[in-house]
Design a protein around this ligand. Structure first.
Ligand SMILES: [Zn+2]
Length: 209
């Protein structure tokens, strides 16, 4: 459980990063922190990349439909003006932002704003995703959350893409991706084939779910 730091009689900003694979609860954790700040009457604003158009244009939507109003942003540099007058700024799906985001977050933190960033640390190929590695380097606080591997039940750190489409930005959720542990991720589509075979066996035996 992340406990908010506090600095007595000192106005100081900082950067928190919540990272992990898909289905790890990053957005839920971001929302939990923002709600707590809001309850304490702090001025809270949330931004997401304009590219993330799942579900709802105007809201941050975690996968359990637990939402907070948010502003879609085209470029990180606009965050400076948009964050004016706020105590806490949240950034969701940070991996889809441009590479200028870490410097902007540092500028906001220097101004005294608490910046909470949530995003995928790795893309579906297992590589560091967009501005995330830089953000992890400059953040004061890092929380890596885990999903549960959909094949073996271990902690999952990887987002496995089930369908063959190129490009890092593939929106859409459960139908396209699985959370997997390192071992199951490295087994790749062998596990897909196995589960397809199992489905055929189940269907031929008339198994009910
Ligand atoms: Zn596994």
């Amino acid at each position: 459980m992340f406990l908010e730091p506090h600095f007595k009689s000192q106005r100081s900003g900082w950067i928190e990063v919540v990272c992990g694979s898909m289905f790890s609860g990053k957005t839920e954790e971001l929302i939990r922190r923002l709600r707590r700040a809001k309850i304490a009457n702090q001025k809270v604003q949330i931004f997401k990349p304009a590219v993330d158009t799942r579900y709802d244009e105007e809201k941050i939507v975690s996968h359990n439909a637990n939402y907070i109003d948010s502003i879609p942003v085209e470029h990180s540099k606009t965050l400076i003006g948009l964050s004016e007058g706020f105590d806490v700024v949240g950034v969701d799906e940070a991996q889809f932002f441009d590479l200028g985001l870490p410097l902007i977050c540092e500028e906001l933190a220097t101004k005294g704003i608490r910046v909470i960033v949530a995003g995928l640390d790795m893309d579906y190929t297992g590589k560091p995703f967009g501005p995330m590695p830089h953000l992890l380097s400059v953040a004061e606080y890092i929380t890596k959350v885990h999903a549960i591997c959909q094949h073996c039940g271990n902690l999952a750190t990887h987002s496995y893409r089930k369908i063959n489409e190129s490009g890092k930005v593939l929106l859409g959720e459960k139908e396209s991706y699985e959370a997997r542990c390192r071992t199951c991720y490295n087994m790749g589509n062998i596990l897909d084939l196995r589960s397809d075979n199992q489905k055929e066996i189940d269907e031929s035996e008339g198994t009910l779910f």
